[in-house]
Design a protein around this ligand. Structure first.
Ligand code: GH3
Ligand code: MG
Length: 300
């Protein structure tokens, strides 16, 4: 499962490419580009973990390649090390100012190149790990609230731009306080994880997101899904959770763990806060109406 990290070597000199490729091949997946245009193309297509980038190339210099990588969201985060025949301090300073991780002057020493590549790739792995931790809820492994907020905003903008539907559901476990009181907090944690896993398996279309909003409340974001479909999905999920049959003898609702869901589909002119508030208000109604049900805002 430990896939090799990908390194793109961009250099117009065939010998340099060859030497670097031979050095890197035993430890990394190596991609090659013979000029700036090819470097951008390969970077966009394969999204390498690191680019070793020559500065002087005939069609487009390495500085320009880096500028363009940074300007494209798909490649903006790729680490870049310049490997350049331009050894003046001002060249190095310019490269670093543009956002390169490092600057190696030619002729290079193989051992030093390998050590720096290893170091920067380790930093890439660490940064990814931190990003992952910052976006994932530790208990349920669902997206956390921070992640939800980001995706909600992005999907909202997209729905507005493309005039496509956007549906939002809030799911809350019924009588969960009694569950904890009766079965203990560790059992409550296990039940919450089971609910999260099931919810996550239900929202599998591209752009869909299941997140833990807080406590025992989950949120489902369903782009390009109209009210009828989103409501149907929420109801099948509610039913699937019933059928998990997690015993809850202390529940006034049913002998098994149940959930209530409130949902709403974006209306023209509505902002994210209003959409969220509408789903929340309908969750409240689902609770008031007896729990273990889905209440969706009526579509005009
Ligand atoms: P309702 O049907 O109205 O939603 O009742 P409820 O008991 O589920 O709601 P309430 O808000 O009174 O209680 C929520 C409970 O969820 C209390 C809290 O301890 C529990 N809870 C929240 N987060 C966690 C968690 O991470 N693990 C466990 N075990 N319990 C949690
Ligand atoms: Mg609850």
């Amino acid at each position: 499962m430990n896939a090799l990290q990908k390194v793109l070597v961009a250099d117009d000199d065939a010998i340099n490419r060859e030497v670097l490729a031979e050095l890197l091949k035993p430890e990394y997946t190596v991609l090659l580009a013979k000029d700036g245009t090819q470097a951008l193309d390969r970077a966009t297509r394969h999204v390498p973990d690191l680019v070793l980038l020559d500065v002087m190339m005939p069609d487009m210099d390495g500085f320009e390649v880096l500028r363009r990588l940074r300007a494209d969201p798909r490649t903006a985060d790729i680490a870049v090390i310049f490997v350049s025949g331009l050894g003046r301090p001002e060249d190095e300073a310019q490269g670093l100012k543009l956002g390169a991780s490092d600057y190696i002057a030619k002729p290079f020493n193989a051992t030093v190149v390998m050590a720096r590549v290893a170091l920067h790739l380790q930093m890439v792995r660490q940064r990814r790990m931190l990003e992952h931790l910052a976006h994932v809820d530790g208990l349920t492994e669902l997206a956390n609230r921070r992640r939800f907020d980001e995706v909600f905003e992005a999907e909202y903008q997209r729905a507005r731009r493309r005039d496509t539907p956007l549906s939002l559901a809030l799911l809350d476990i019924d009588s969960f306080k009694q569950y904890n009181d009766h079965y203990g907090h560790p059992a409550g944690d296990r039940a919450l994880r089971a609910v999260a896993r099931t919810a996550d398996a239900f929202v599998r279309r591209p752009g869909d997101l299941a997140a833990r909003y807080g406590g025992e409340e989950l949120v489902l974001l369903m782009p390009e899904t109209d009210a009828a479909h989103a409501r149907g999905l929420a109801d099948r999920l509610r039913d699937a959770l019933n059928r998990l049959a997690i015993a809850h003898v202390a529940s006034p609702v049913a002998p098994v763990l149940t959930v209530s869901v409130g949902g709403a589909t974006l209306l023209p002119g509505e902002d994210t806060a209003a959409l969220f508030a509408a789903a929340d208000a309908h969750l409240y109604r689902a609770k008031q109406a007896g729990r273990n049900r889905v209440v969706w805002r009526a579509t005009p």
